[in-house]
Design a protein around this ligand. Structure first.
Ligand SMILES: O=C(O)CCC(=O)C(=O)O
Length: 296
């Protein structure tokens, strides 16, 4: 065999010829296998490796991320019970029969005055990744931007409000409509906890169109400094015609979102019926309820 063919080929060039009788994985007998190479090559000499190993009990508890729960079944679901109170979801899939829901979706999609709202975060403007419209005798401010009062309720929305009020046993004077044009439209983590919604609001959320996942995550305790890594999480797939009620302390103790989905999703309309009260005096509109005491 020629001298050339005995050499190893390394990344397209011929490697330097190895000393005779030394395979690449071998080290000379007088050095420990895992010691660094001879002084000079890496700037430090051979190191001593401990011969015995001692098990040291970790002082920190190993924390596990709780598995995400899924709520799909109709009925009342108590999701937490904290000092602030019980948080409860009521899920009514098929609240609207399929054919009615199909017809309502087409009508609302075509006839509501949808527009894209500009919000502000740390002084920076951004366009909401969805379209919205607002109904109510009072304006609604969130994310430092206000939706003007609008008393021109679409007749179909008045019919739906009545049906939702009957099912929930609550009265609603306002409605925030969301249109997710496709899977890229979304709403980020938030709670519906502006002072104008009052304490422990019931929010009734009616979904039409393609199914999207409504996610909830528990507020972390203060010692976690806003870290949501280990909090409880819940997924609620909201399908065409489903009514979801968020009740009790849900807005105090949980956040919710509809995340982007990076696969084909058709349009979806979400109607969130609420009761709005006049903004408390001496407060900037849109202030979160938990900050109102501090501002007074
Ligand atoms: O689209 C949804 O299901 C949620 C909408 C929502 O969170 C909101 O309007 O505050």
């Amino acid at each position: 065999m020629s001298d050339k063919r005995q050499r190893a080929r390394v990344q397209g060039s011929w490697a330097k010829q190895l000393p005779k009788n030394t395979r690449p994985s071998e080290v000379p007998n007088n050095q420990p296998k895992n010691a660094n190479s001879a002084p000079g090559s890496w700037g430090c000499g051979p190191q001593k490796t401990p011969k015995t190993f001692e098990f040291i009990q970790p002082t920190k508890l190993i924390r596990e991320v709780p598995p995400e729960k899924v709520i799909e079944n109709a009925g009342d679901h108590e999701i937490s019970c904290c000092p602030s109170g019980v948080s409860r979801l009521r899920l009514l899939p098929g609240f609207l029969p399929q054919e009615e829901a199909d017809w309502m979706f087409s009508k609302l999609f075509a006839e509501l005055p949808w527009s894209q709202k500009t919000n502000y975060r740390q002084g920076e403007a951004y366009e909401e990744p969805r379209l919205t419209c607002w109904y109510g005798e009072l304006p609604y401010t969130y994310a430092r931007s206000t939706m003007a009062a609008n008393t021109q309720w679409h007749p179909l929305l008045l019919t739906l409000r009545e049906a939702v009020e009957q099912a929930s046993g609550c009265r609603f004077n306002s409605l925030l409509c969301n249109l997710y044009r496709d899977g890229y439209d979304s709403i980020g983590w938030h709670s519906d906890d502006e002072a104008s919604l009052g304490p422990k609001p019931t929010i009734a959320s009616l979904s039409l169109g393609d199914t999207r996942v409504f996610s909830l995550r528990k507020q972390p305790p203060p010692e976690e400094n806003g870290d949501y890594t280990y909090v409880e999480r819940i997924r609620v797939p909201l399908s065409h015609g489903t009514l979801l009620l968020m009740e009790g302390a849900t807005q105090d103790d949980w956040q919710h979102q509809v995340a982007k989905e990076y696969h084909d999703r058709g349009p979806r309309i979400n109607l969130t019926f609420r009761t709005i009260y006049p903004e408390p005096e001496n407060h900037r509109p849109g202030t979160k309820l938990r900050f109102t005491a501090k501002q007074q």
